[in-house]
Design a protein around this ligand. Structure first.
Ligand code: FAD
Ligand code: GLY
Length: 396
């Protein structure tokens, strides 16, 4: 087990890791982030317990579309986040191979690429700005005419006049990944406590000692806080150590694709004059995931007529053929957003308390890099250059 995880790491690093075997780790939250870290640490020989107040992976990690889109979802001012996203996206093929081997499950990783389309003239102008930013950031993207875009994806509307082709933006089936991570984690010896709420983190003289569950103190050497958009709500954290994360609601729906209306690529359609940009993410089992609104509504997860209307209008204008497809599911999820849209990773002022939260719109994309880097931090005590820019201390 251990040998495989260390892979190409040096003998010296291995011996540092071995010194930390049998370390007791508690992870608060069983989403992709908690499960990913737990899997890596259990494989390295730690005694890991994940506490999840519902079923594992059924919050944001279930609600997501599974896009791995560092290039398409880029904002010019978020360069550090772009770098992290690109790094994690490149880790995906190896991550998936390891996860599928350990879980014996398929996670639906697909590398067909992403088309970002301009539905009307305003949208095409917005696309030009995005393309300019991508050029300045030296991203590998290509400008296409509407005809060229339709050659790649014939179901696109004839109204589409321009598109950006981003071949390095991929996708995974996030729900399948939740299942695989749960299996792989358990196969590696990790313990998953579902339907148990962590009520409090016990901190004594600036040192995290354990967690309170069901009026009992469970002690650990290290506690990893990975509770998504609820990460600041757990008792016991000093004000200065509460991660500034909030929920950002996303409404979604799924259609069942049928013969003749089967998309292959991820399609994104930013809408200049409408409140909601849309994306269409086809899955191998025939589901077409459509998202997403972006709403500051606290912890409200109700679906609204307006939200679903905007999603369907935007989708129909980009791909008119969806009109007759059956709607098979609607849902809303809460993205864990930090103040600067980037995750909060690494050590805190409280000894033995590590954060892995605030992954906002990119938590599925960022799972491999987060899991590997946080596992390495727990094992070695060293903060890598990769996660240094994302520590909680940047907000102080
Ligand atoms: P979660 O999955 O929310 O897990 C946190 C867990 O902590 C929950 O299961 C919760 O029950 C548990 N918890 C909370 N408090 C406690 C407690 N006190 N005790 C015990 N357990 C607790 N990202 C992408 O990369 N690509 C996408 O295409 C994409 N699409 C998205 C679409 C939507 C609509 C949404 C909402 C998100 C999307 N995301 C996407 C973002 C991604 O889903 C999140 O960033 C990621 O899932 C965060 O994972 P997490 O494990 O931190 O949080
Ligand atoms: N990354 C897609 C979303 O958050 O909706």
């Amino acid at each position: 087990m251990i040998g495989k995880w260390f892979g190409s790491r040096s003998i010296i690093t291995m011996s540092i890791y071995k010194a930390h075997l049998n370390k007791r780790i508690i992870i608060v939250g069983g989403g992709v982030i908690g499960l990913g870290i737990g899997w890596q640490l259990a494989k390295a020989g730690c005694i890991v317990s994940i506490y999840e107040r519902n079923l594992a992976g059924r919050a944001a990690s279930w609600a997501a579309a599974g896009m791995l889109a560092p290039h398409a979802e880029v904002h010019f001012e978020e360069r550090a986040l772009l770098k992290l996203g690109v790094q994690s996206c490149r880790m995906y093929p190896e991550w998936v191979a390891e996860l599928e081997t350990d879980s014996q499950m398929n996670v639906g990783y697909r590398a067909e690429g992403t088309l970002i389309v301009g539905v009307d003239r305003d949208d095409a102008r917005e696309l030009e700005h995005l393309y300019e930013s991508q050029q300045l950031l030296e991203l590998k993207v290509e400008w296409l005419t509407g005809i060229e875009a339709r050659e790649m994806e014939p179901l696109l509307s004839p109204k589409i006049t321009a598109a950006i082709w981003s071949k390095d933006d991929h996708q995974v089936d996030n729900r399948a990944m939740v299942g695989a991570l749960t299996h792989a984690y358990r196969n590696a010896g990790g313990t998953l406590h579902e339907n148990i709420t962590v009520e409090k983190i016990e901190i004594v003289h600036g040192k995290a000692k354990g967690i309170w569950v069901k009026d009992k103190l469970e002690e650990a050497d290290t506690i990893v806080l990975a509770a998504g958009c609820w990460s600041s709500d757990i008792d016991g954290l000093p004000e200065t150590v509460k991660p500034p994360v909030r929920p950002v609601k996303g409404q979604m729906l799924a259609l069942q694709m049928e013969e003749g209306i089967f998309l292959q690529k991820v399609i994104r359609a930013p809408r200049a004059k409408y409140p909601t940009d849309v994306y269409l993410v086809p899955k191998a089992d025939g589901r077409l995931i459509i998202g997403a609104t972006s709403e500051e509504m606290g912890f409200d997860t109700r679906l609204t007529a307006g939200g679903l209307f905007e999603l369907l209008r935007g989708t129909w204008e980009a791909v008119p053929g969806i009109y007759d497809l059956p709607v098979i599911e609607t849902w809303a999820g809460l993205r864990p957003a930090s103040r600067d849209n980037a995750p909060i990773l690494g050590e805190t002022d409280v000894e033995n308390l590590i954060m892995a939260t605030g992954h906002y719109r990119n938590g599925i994309l960022l799972t491999p890099v987060t899991a590997r880097e946080i596992a390495s931090l727990v094992l070695t005590g060293e903060t890598s250059d990769t996660i240094k820019p994302f520590q909680l201390s940047r907000f102080v």
